[in-house]
Design a protein around this ligand. Structure first.
Ligand SMILES: NC(=O)c1ccc[n+]([C@@H]2O[C@H](COP(=O)([O-])OP(=O)(O)OC[C@H]3O[C@@H](n4cnc5c(N)ncnc54)[C@H](OP(=O)(O)O)[C@@H]3O)[C@@H](O)[C@H]2O)c1
Length: 309
């Protein structure tokens, strides 16, 4: 039976991948997580190289999907050792162990490997990250290819999807400020209108990953660098307008036309998805449809009263 190990099954993307894999009844799926591990997930700290080697040797999977990472740019900036441990060293250790078993490895990366000045970016465009997160993810890509020839990188842009807390996605993290900008005691919310993003729905990414695994399972693995992206350009200000509409609130939003983040972020990293599209891989749910699904599953009741399940 085809066996897939999913590393980082508790995260925003990992949960969507786990859900996508649950439809594949003919595959054996083993999930790992760390701080938020819940049965049937196995607890695995990917900073522990020996534990990774033991785990991969025990499982002997056909394929490994790495969705575990440190993906918060500010944390990566302030704790480069943690960023390196998770985004570089762990990828090398997992890929090295996979190589011994002939397992294919799919490692998730980011559009932040680019500097955002010359979009759209093909998969073979020259990366030039401008922050610690982007640099660590680029080094992680190189670590994957140093450790195995049977590896694939999937670069993704800003993600949103089913959440366990508003802050889990940079899309839904706007909701508390949008809500606070409505009503009598409103605080107008300032939203970035400088950087263009391509919000991408995690269940769509999961669909792409399952299609890639299906190809591998039938002996046609995709190797090298690939990219997947939503196709609706939006600034955070545009996203906030659409969120307000979906929430049915009259928000007071102010566009901010110059970058204001403490950690530098690229302006427009639009990822060209043509390599996967040419293979017949892909699915794009319109943003307005997908965000309504997300909000229906996790309704706004006011920040103070809402806790993550
Ligand atoms: N979110 C985005 O907008 C976005 C955009 C582009 C690319 N990406 C990439 O997509 C991938 C998934 O990101 P995400 O947003 O799903 O991240 P996330 O929600 O922050 O999830 C991170 C995952 O990493 C796991 N993890 C953290 N420390 C670990 C450790 N020491 N040992 C084992 N597992 C550990 C977490 O498990 P526990 O919580 O159980 O510890 C969790 O499952 C990453 O490669 C990220 O760079 C994300």
């Amino acid at each position: 039976m085809y066996k897939v190990v999913l590393i980082g099954a508790s995260g925003l993307l990992g949960r969507a991948i786990a859900q996508g894999l649950s439809q594949q009844t003919k595959w054996q799926v083993v999930q790992t997580a760390f701080a938020h591990a819940q049965a049937p997930q196995i607890m695995l700290d990917i900073r522990d190289k020996d534990a990774i080697a033991r785990f991969v040797d025990e499982q002997a999977p056909d394929a490994i999907v790495i969705a575990a990472a440190e993906r918060r740019p500010d944390v990566c900036e302030n704790d480069p050792a943690l960023a390196r441990a998770l985004n570089v060293d762990a990828v090398r250790a997992i890929a090295g162990a996979a190589q011994r078993h002939g397992a294919w490895v799919l490692s998730i990366s980011t559009d932040y490997v680019f500097d955002g000045t010359r979009p759209p970016y093909r998969h073979d465009a020259s990366p030039a990250p401008i922050n610690a997160y982007g640099r660590s993810k680029l080094e992680g890509e190189q670590a994957l290819f140093d450790a195995t020839r049977n590896g694939c990188v999937l670069r993704l842009p800003l993600l949103y999807g089913p959440i366990a807390s508003w802050q889990e996605s940079a899309v839904t993290s706007l909701v508390p400020a949008i809500a606070a900008s409505t009503g009598a005691a409103a605080h107008p919310a300032v939203m970035d209108a400088w950087a263009t993003r391509y919000p991408t729905f995690t269940p769509d990414v999961a669909f792409v990953i399952v299609q890639m695994l299906e190809r591998h399972a039938r002996g046609e693995p995709v190797c090298g660098i690939t990219q997947w992206s939503g196709d609706e350009p939006m600034t955070k200000y545009d996203i906030a307008l659409r969120l307000a509409k979906a929430l049915g609130v009259d928000a007071q939003l102010t566009p901010q036309h110059t970058p204001a983040d403490a950690t530098p972020r690229p302006r427009d990293c639009h990822l060209d998805s043509s390599v996967l599209e040419a293979l017949g891989i892909g699915r794009r749910t319109p943003f307005d449809v997908a965000i309504r699904q997300v909000l229906a599953e996790f309704p706004w009741h006011g920040e103070a009263t809402r806790t993550a399940p």
